[in-house]
Write a protein that binds this ligand. Sequence first.
Ligand code: 1HN
Length: 356
Amino acid sequence: MSKPATSALDKKPARSPERDAFYQRLLRSNATPLWEVLSELVPALPKPRCVPHLWAYDEMRPLLLESGELITAQEAERRVLILENPGMAGSSHITPSLYAGLQLVLPGESAATHRHAPAALRFVIESQGGYTAVDGERTTMYPGDFIVTPSMTYHDHGNPGEGPVTWMDVLDLHLVNFLDAGFAEHHPQETQPLTRRDGDASARYGANMFPVDYKSGRRATPVFSYPYTRSREILEHMHKNSPLDACHGIKMRFVNPATGGPPLPAIATFIQLLPRGFKGAAHRFSDSTIFCAVEGAGHTRIGDTTLRWKQHDIFMAPSWMPVSHESTGDAVLFSASDRPLQQFLGIWREQAPLPA
Ligand code: 1HN
């Protein structure tokens, strides 16, 4: 009988007292046999430690508000509840590469200006007049807005409005720390001076025109904010004027208008409409993904787990597990993953739809 064309690298050689004694001696020379660890180092398929999980906003919001009674934004630097994947408890991971948290800024509060090597995105959940300032420009936050803070840009937040301001933060800090390339510092002023007026970046770079002398010095998008009013309008337009994708419904990718690539070098972001009664086909992808329900309700099957979500819930799907979405009413999902990094490395994979 001939061997199959491919076979997994998961066979381990037998152990013996002589071999074990040799392995022990190797350790003293800071060496170890590859054949004992090969299958873990080079798995035949992804073996995610992360598990599918959902954080219900109904459960998280009271906890977030409770944190607001215990600590000020000022004392905390950032008042955030980290969303920890139960499969990677204690490590501040929501996916193998990404960190996510829920941040609260109460009326009258501000969070001091700082900058750091990790890039961040905010996905706004509640805001009546909250703002984030990036590189000398303030952006007012509205629910559903997607806002970026590129690596090493000074940023601060504030809430001069009425109710609490909350959003989801996603940062690529684990990638930065893995590379031992983390740097961070405060701005000399708690609130950075404003050098451009609200809307400047969007006027300069977000209108299908660029200043003629624009030089792209960095890979991150020069547009800080992707307002939900616009993305929702586009989803509606696409829904009326193009067929639904069997897996994704109507799904759009946010872009850096200077490159056509992702808004941040290592993080891709998407927004998708699952029209009322949508029953999506199963598919899988190698980028573990964070989802946030912007509108509506539905459920997502991830492997053997069914996660029921409604507006403002956050959930994650680990690498390569079959995913299928269903919506009850019209629903909108925002999502984020390390896809650009995997694509840069040439390792990103997708099967969409999965063969039945
Ligand atoms: C950070 O700077 C923010 O600026 C939020 O709002 C979360 C988590 C880790 C490190 C820096 C922010 C963060 C963070």
